[in-house]
Design a protein around this ligand. Structure first.
Ligand SMILES: Cc1cc2nc3c(=O)[nH]c(=O)nc-3n(C[C@H](O)[C@H](O)[C@H](O)COP(=O)(O)OP(=O)(O)OC[C@H]3O[C@@H](n4cnc5c(N)ncnc54)[C@H](O)[C@@H]3O)c2cc1C
Length: 488
């Protein structure tokens, strides 16, 4: 793909950012037949897109807020994603436990409306359960004062693996998608954006890329790119951090997730089975500093442990946390300080110089976001009116043996094989790529990931033809990141 940079004189669409939004846009554009190139400064999904709650959902919370349009759109996308990526998305049962007299009726009716809104793409009917039925499905719930529960269905997925699968699908449609290629400046002729400057981080080589359209899909870094376009740009992103804690399955027992509809700060809290562990989260903390590796704050960790402890018979302690991770929501600014109330709808704008920016939204709606932004590019840049092709497009890997998610207990031969596959088919270039996003070892058990990192570095070095110095550097780099996934 790197060779194509040199041979192509001008691209139709150049995308900055390799998270859900950028990768989805690359796939949409390439599937319509446009000459498409995407640059990601780190690894695909290194940003927010590997740090979600792992739900493909309409958003019960947005229903509570009365945001019908967003919920309808997300429910439609949920259904399509389950059809197009059955290898990475599954139908997950959730229970809303009821401890107050009015909750059964209130959530029972709300979730029936949620079912109806999904229409033909629904995942199953919600049900009102007795106390006994609720405890049978989630034996770990605290039985004291429990009155019953409401069962409903939503989608669950592996976010980083889906990102890789979208990148592979885009590449299969002739898009060029490159990780470790930071965009450092925009190319302009007569005040119109006509391309980007990028650097290959691994070789240091710089490239001037010409493109008819440039799309900024950089999530929480949106404002940095907009400032490259206009130095006077005023921020549009209101960053909000959310963290998750990962604990062993014994804390929930069984395969049914729980959804706590209202925490002290008016949020929804989830405990969701994921790859044989439980993901607990999340928080909503307004922040000012944006980094590629955000770190969970002590008060966020305490908040989750305290709240989830109220609902489980065995309260998880800090020492039970196997991994923790933080992500930053690229929320669009509004005149509100409480980020939990900001819209998750996406936002698309085009600057005076012609750069298109897309931000906000949710993982669940990435396909619709991509369609909207490519539709706009077609309209504004007089491209041939090629129709969106992604509605029924099966994603790469849907008919293949799934890649491994944890590698703690596999043989050395298997590890070698998986590393080779990650390098040759999934653009894996570092120990962190392999342990955090090709497998999810770091997100599931940080200590196990640290323990296996030297072996991974050794096998990766064989495939990538690297030396001892590289191995040592890789282990150090990985440990510096991984230490923040381990509770103190
Ligand atoms: C805590 C939390 C929980 C969430 N849970 C869910 C959920 O369960 N379900 C759901 O649907 N949604 C969820 N979301 C929302 C969802 O994760 C995000 O909306 C989505 O991942 C945003 O994707 P993105 O591509 O816009 O941003 P990102 O994933 O951040 O991607 C932007 C990319 O741009 C790259 N970039 C930046 N600058 C440059 C540059 N100069 N050159 C090249 N590349 C650059 C970055 O490195 C980054 O990889 C959650 C979000 C958070 C924070």
């Amino acid at each position: 793909m790197i060779h194509q940079i040199e041979s192509m004189s001008e691209w139709d669409i150049c995308i900055i950012g390799g998270g859900a939004t950028g990768l989805g846009t690359a796939l949409d554009a390439a599937a319509r037949g446009f000459k498409t190139i995407l640059f990601e400064q780190h690894d695909f999904a290194k940003g927010t897109s590997s740090r979600s709650t792992k739900l493909v959902h309409g958003g019960v919370r947005y229903l509570q807020q009365g945001n019908i349009k967003l919920v309808m759109e997300a429910l439609r996308e949920r259904g399509l994603l389950l059809k197009n990526a059955p290898h990475l998305v599954s139908n997950q049962k959730f229970i809303v436990p009821n401890y107050k007299w009015w909750e059964k009726t209130f959530y029972g009716i709300g979730l029936k409306i949620y079912d109806k809104m999904a229409g033909k793409l629904g995942l199953g009917s919600s049900e009102i359960l007795s106390k006994e039925e609720t405890l049978q499905l989630v034996p770990a719930l605290d039985p004291e004062d429990l009155r019953g529960g409401v069962l409903y269905h939503d989608g669950q997925f592996d976010d980083a693996r889906l990102a890789i699968s979208i990148a592979q699908t885009a590449a299969a449609h002739n898009a060029v998608v490159l990780n470790y290629f930071p965009v450092s400046a925009l190319l302009k002729i007569e005040d119109k954006v006509c391309g980007v400057w990028v650097k290959d981080s691994l070789t240091g080589k710089e490239y001037e890329i010409k493109s008819k359209v440039v799309i900024n899909a950089t999530g929480v870094f949106t404002d940095d790119i907009m400032r490259m376009d206009n130095v006077k740009h005023q921020n549009i992103i209101n960053p909000s951090q959310g963290i998750h804690l990962v604990v062993d399955k014994e804390f929930l027992k069984g395969d049914v997730a729980i959804m706590i509809p209202r925490t002290d700060d008016g949020r929804v809290l989830f405990a969701v089975p994921w790859h044989n562990k439980i993901v607990l989260g999340t928080t909503d903390t307004p922040i000012t500093a944006i980094t590629a590796e955000p770190i969970p704050m002590e008060e966020e960790i305490t908040f989750i442990l305290k709240h989830i402890g109220r609902y489980l018979s065995k309260d998880p302690q800090l020492s039970d946390v196997k991994s923790m991770f933080a992500g930053i929501r690229p929320l669009i600014k509004a005149n509100s300080k409480n980020t939990a109330a900001l819209s998750r709808e996406h936002y698309i704008t085009i600057s005076a110089s012609g750069m298109i920016t897309i931000a906000g939204g949710k993982w669940t709606t990435y396909r619709k976001m991509a369609k909207d932004v490519v539709d706009l590019a077609i309209e504004k840049f007089d491209f041939a009116d090629m129709k969106c092709m992604t509605r029924n497009l099966k994603l790469y890997g849907h008919d293949m043996e799934p890649s491994p998610i944890v590698i703690g207990s596999i043989s050395d031969d298997e590890l070698k094989t998986f590393i080779k596959k990650a390098v040759t088919q999934e653009m894996c270039l570092t120990v962190e790529d392999f342990l955090a996003r090709r497998t999810r070892q770091l997100f599931l058990d940080a200590q196990k990931a640290i323990d296996i990192a030297p072996k991974v570095a050794f096998y990766l070095a064989e495939d990538l033809k690297k030396d001892q110095v590289w191995i040592k550097e890789q282990i150090n780099n990985f440990n510096a990141v991984a230490v923040n996934y381990k509770p103190a």
